[in-house]
Design a protein around this ligand. Structure first.
Ligand code: ZN
Length: 192
C-alpha cells in the first residue's frame, strides 16, 4: 500500500538524538484563526530550527492524537507537514515533508474526515485514492513519497492546509454552513 523512497525516521528526525528538553507540544490553532486560511511560504533554510519545529509538530500530532499536522496549525506559515496514519501506534511510520507537492493523483475516495483544528466535526470529502508527493526532507534532500487510501487522504488534507484550505471548504454549502453555525455557537459559549 505504501512505498516510501529515501526516507527513514532516524534520517528525517536526526535531532531525536539531541537532548530531548527542546521538544514540546504546541498549541493547535482552531477554525476561526485567520492563520489557517493563509498560504504558507516555502521553506528555504534547512536548519536546526526547522528540525525543532518538525519534532515539536510530531509530538503535538501524537499527543492530540492525530494522523497529520501542518505547520500552519501551530501558527507557523511554512510549508511543512508531519503525517503518521498509525497515529504513532507503529514505529517507523512518521513522514516529515518539507515543501510537499502532489505531483500525481489517481482514482477517488469519498470518506469521512476530520481536522485537529476543527475538533469534533467531520464530513465526507472527495480525495484522490492514490497520490505521489514530491518534497524535501529536513536536510533539504529531495524525496518522493507515494500513498494510497488513508495516507493519500491525509497527504491531500495536509497539503490543503499549506494552501489555506480546510476540509470544510470541500463540503457542500449546506453541510459547511451547519458546521460553521455550530462553531459560532461554541465560540459565543466560550467552548471553542
Ligand atoms: Zn486538518
Amino acid at each position: 500500500m505504501l512505498h516510501v523512497y529515501g526516507w527513514n525516521r532516524a534520517d528525517d528526525l536526526g535531532s531525536l538524538s539531541q537532548p530531548a528538553q527542546f521538544s514540546m507540544i504546541l498549541p493547535i490553532i482552531k477554525y476561526g484563526d485567520p492563520l489557517l486560511q493563509k498560504v504558507c511560504e516555502p521553506v528555504t533554510v534547512f536548519d536546526k530550527a526547522l528540525e525543532t519545529l518538525a519534532k515539536n509538530m510530531m509530538e503535538t500530532m501524537y499527543a492530540a492524537p492525530g494522523v497529520g499536522l501542518a505547520a500552519s496549525q501551530v501558527g507557523v506559515l511554512k510549508r511543512l507537514i508531519v503525517v503518521d496514519v498509525t497515529a504513532g501506534e507503529k514505529q517507523g511510520q512518521l513522514i516529515t515533508l518539507v515543501n510537499p507537492e502532489i505531483i500525481n493523483k489517481e482514482g477517488e475516495q469519498y470518506e469521512e474526515e476530520g481536522c485537529l483544528s476543527i475538533p469534533n466535526f467531520t464530513g465526507r470529502v472527495r480525495r484522490p485514492y492514490r497520490v505521489i508527493i514530491s518534497g524535501k526532507d529536513l536536510h533539504g534532500r529531495e524525496k518522493i513519497v507515494e500513498g494510497e487510501a488513508l495516507l493519500a487522504r491525509v497527504f491531500s488534507h495536509e497539503v490543503d492546509h499549506l494552501n489555506g484550505v480546510l476540509f470544510i471548504d470541500h463540503l457542500g454549502a449546506i453541510k459547511r454552513d451547519i458546521i460553521k453555525r455550530k462553531i459560532r455557537k461554541k465560540v459565543r459559549a466560550g467552548e471553542w
